[in-house]
Ligand binder design. Structure first.
Ligand code: NAD
Length: 266
């Protein structure tokens, strides 16, 4: 009998697959047997992600694509279908953030964050969704955040984009259920990636603030609020991703799975 987490013969697309979490998700899907199209806008990180997946014995192909361009997304999806015949799994893990007081939040930054975290994610769902409807089913996994549900100061564009990701996920889950497409999401807390380790990388994230908080203050405000008391390690996103992509989750759709060390249980 086939193991319920086995993804042999499946084709997956991981958008943002060169990033801290996306790369782990791509590795996890590849190790479970899927062929993975790794999509990212960062050529260097993309090449390194493909090397890593192949070194671990997985099968992956790079796609240098900016998901804020709907035509580029359609072209990428078209090529994946032409090469692999179908798309069984889509993971949306591209995302950016920057912190700035809401009263001074620059228009350009506001638009850039929404364009990537929200519009780009929808373009990918839409293009892949069409293919999945045609082929009779599939799995979509959208990476939201704990800040889809609670507020994060100085991060209005990020928090609202993630709140919208939750609603895209629920809406598509309901709308596409009869097409046998399961649409679920993940809500991570702080993970050890450049984005998650905001305390160590604080100067790159703060814009237009009178004082950038110290690393200690930020640790207190971040992992200090997580019941498990630590950052998630990037590989700790794999289990939830493979579960939602696999037959083990055959009755699960429209669900947001917190991978957050207990943050949302408080
Ligand atoms: N790391 C955390 O603590 C954390 C917590 C909650 C949610 N998240 C979410 O998880 C996802 C991954 O985060 P991460 O920590 O791995 O960040 P990351 O910066 O390491 O990865 C994000 C990836 O998205 C890619 N990307 C950015 N813009 C793109 C575009 N226009 N087209 C294609 N690719 C693009 C980047 O090149 C990068 O490789 C994001 O959506 C983030 O909001 C992260």
């Amino acid at each position: 009998m086939k193991h319920p987490f086995d993804l042999t013969g499946k084709t997956a697309i991981v958008v943002g697959g060169a990033g801290g979490l996306g790369q782990q998700q791509a590795i996890g899907l590849a190790n479970a047997g899927a062929v993975v199209a790794v999509v990212d806008v960062n050529a260097e990180r993309l090449a390194s992600a493909i090397r890593e997946i192949k070194q671990q014995g997985g099968n992956a192909r790079p796609f240098l694509t900016d998901i804020t361009d709907p035509h580029a997304v359609q072209a990428m999806v078209h090529t994946v279908v032409a090469e692999f015949g179908r798309i069984d799994i889509l993971v949306n893990a591209a995302g950016i953030t920057q912190r700035c007081p809401s009263e001074d939040f620059p228009e350009e930054l506001f638009e850039r964050i929404l364009n990537i975290n929200l519009n780009g994610l929808f373009y990918a769902c839409q293009s892949v969704g069409k293919v999945m409807i045609r082929q009779g089913g599939g799995r979509i996994i959208n990476v939201a955040s704990i800040f889809a549900t609670v507020g994060l100061p100085e991060s209005v564009a990020y928090s609202m984009s993630k709140g919208a990701v939750v609603q895209i996920t629920r809406t598509l889950a309901v709308e596409w259920a009869t097409s046998h497409i399961a649409v679920n999401g993940l809500m991570p807390s702080w993970f050890e990636t450049p984005m998650g380790k905001v305390a160590d990388n604080r100067n790159q994230f703060y814009k237009g603030v009178a004082r950038v908080p110290s690393a200690e203050e930020l640790k207190e405000k971040t992992i200090g609020r997580v019941p498990l008391g630590r950052y998630g390690m990037p590989h700790e996103i794999i289990g939830a991703t493979v579960f939602l992509a696999s037959d083990a989750a055959s009755m699960v759709t429209g669900h947001l799975l917190a991978v957050d060390g207990g943050f949302l249980a408080q």
